[in-house]
Design a protein around this ligand. Structure first.
Ligand code: AMP
Length: 209
């Protein structure tokens, strides 16, 4: 299965992508996580993108594609965080055409902005393993400690309120047009992203099979 999961930052696309990858035995490719890993590992790429990411701005296309190209070529994935621009969507189309591996579906997780702003301002991330929690909706068992790996949870710089608003604005201007791109190709599956995460996953799986 080759899937793309689309949605505003904070729509829960990371959780959905992770759940779907597990269900379909595919690789979860999160561009945000791969980029954050570069920063954590103090690589040259990490140093060049830290400031952009802290401000919620987009990282250059070639950097992102360089991190995911080989994983895409393996052919079984749930892509999360890419494409983020129409140009990236077209680049992915071209790569998939050259590999003769078309996308199966693009899933759009739709959540109103007001719900997103509330969700993101309480979001907690584990820098060690990438797991996500929420102070109110999905708290860790022990405060500030990751249930998965015991790492110390943080609020990402790009989850702070003014950056969240910036990222939502960027999303509406630059990322939302991708929805029309996949609709025109007959690949779009739109689901509501409001509600229990597991129920939303079930709804997506039912619609896919
Ligand atoms: P995410 O974890 O998907 O919310 O991504 C976090 C940040 O990583 C974004 O705000 C961007 O700075 C960067 N990023 C992730 N995916 C991409 C992409 N496809 N193109 C450019 N920048 C990206």
């Amino acid at each position: 299965m080759r899937l793309v999961v689309l949605g505003a930052p904070g729509a829960g696309k990371g959780t959905q992508a992770r759940n779907l990858a597990k269900h379909f035995n595919s690789t979860h490719i999160s561009t945000g996580e791969l980029l954050r890993q570069e920063i954590l590992n103090n690589t040259g790429i990490g140093a060049s993108i830290k400031e952009l990411m802290d401000k919620g701005r987009l990282v250059p296309d070639d950097v992102v594609m360089g991190l995911i190209r080989d994983k895409l070529a393996e052919g079984r994935y749930v892509l999360d965080g890419y494409p983020r621009t129409l140009l990236q969507a077209k680049t992915l189309d071209e790569l998939n055409a050259s590999l003769n591996m078309p996308l199966d579906r693009a899933i759009y997780v739709n959540v109103p902005d007001g719900v997103i702003a509330e969700r993101m301002s309480g979001r907690l991330t584990c820098p060690a393993c990438g797991a996500l929690f929420h102070a109110v909706y999905y708290p860790p068992k022990q405060p500030h400690i990751c249930d998965n790996c015991g790492g110390k949870l943080i609020q990402r710089d790009d989850d702070k309120t003014h950056t969240v608003l910036n990222r939502l604005k960027l999303y509406h201007e630059i990322t939302e047009p991708i929805i029309g791109h996949y609709k025109a190709q007959g690949l779009l599956l739109e689901v509501s992203g409001v509600g229990e995460m597991d129920e939303i996953t079930d709804n997506i799986i039912k619609a896919l099979v």
